[in-house]
Design a protein around this ligand. Structure first.
Ligand code: SAH
Length: 220
């Protein structure tokens, strides 16, 4: 492995191990998720100037007024998506830095990821394909409010930005028994929710208050 991926000092394996200890203390239990987060170099997903902070449990700026999600939130959403179930095809809305995408791609067979900011998605693609050599990801530059119909239905959908209300099209693209993990609600009052499709109805559970950047409309 290259020095860049392996990391040194504040980006070394020891620093990553400490992050995993903190995630466990915060309640993350899924060993598959913890192992993947121990192995994924989060420092390559942020600007070099911020690399020394990459293993703190905080969100960080990634440009274009967006942020890389806090590691706890990535772990929590992934754990919820995979609880007692391994989806084979997952749609992610909001590629951003690609960090959550990298975690998913190491846990499920196929990942489809949609991002409205072309520059962010291109950077993410380079990291995931060239640096991490993850080849089970397809990318689309578009407004994720419309999902990605071409490959629907999905057994899992994970949304990393918050709409006020869950877009109908995401429900439509969820397979029978499939699970949608999404923050939603007005700014300052967002809740993380999980929906499971049961025929024509959706079973909903509310997991708690969260703070995400808004799910916007249109492309940029
Ligand atoms: N999982 C990412 C989170 C980035 S923040 C990471 O950890 O890096 C949320 C992302 O959602 C941003 O990149 C933002 O541009 C994107 N986004 C916001 N609205 C969107 C929409 N309608 N369609 C697709 N992506 C959207």
């Amino acid at each position: 492995m290259s020095v860049e991926l392996r990391g040194i000092g504040m980006t070394s394996q020891r620093t990553r191990d400490r992050l995993v200890v903190r995630l466990r203390e915060a309640g993350i239990q899924d060993e598959r998720v913890l192992e993947v987060m121990r192995d994924t170099p989060r420092h390559i997903f942020v600007d070099e100037a911020l690399a020394s902070r990459a293993y703190e449990d905080t969100s960080l700026p990634i440009g274009f007024s967006q942020t890389i999600s806090q590691p706890y939130i990535v772990a929590h959403m992934t754990e919820v998506l995979l609880k007692d179930f391994t989806p084979s095809r997952v749609l992610e809305v909001g590629t951003g830095s690609g960090y959550q995408t990298a975690v998913l791609a190491q846990l499920v067979p196929e990942v489809y990821t949609v991002e409205r900011i072309a520059g962010l998605q291109e950077q993410a693609r380079q990291r995931l394909a060239r640096q991490l050599r993850l080849s089970n990801i397809r990318y689309k530059h578009s407004d994720g409010n419309w999902g990605w119909k071409q490959y629907a239905p999905y057994d899992g959908i994970l949304v990393t930005a918050a709409p006020e209300e869950v877009p109908e099209e995401l429900f439509n693209q969820l397979a029978e028994g499939g699970r949608l993990v999404i923050p939603s609600g007005p700014n300052g009052q967002q809740q993380l929710r999980v929906y499971t499709r049961d025929g024509e109805s959706m079973k909903e559970s509310v997991l708690g208050t969260v703070s995400f950047v808004p799910l916007l409309t249109g492309e940029s």
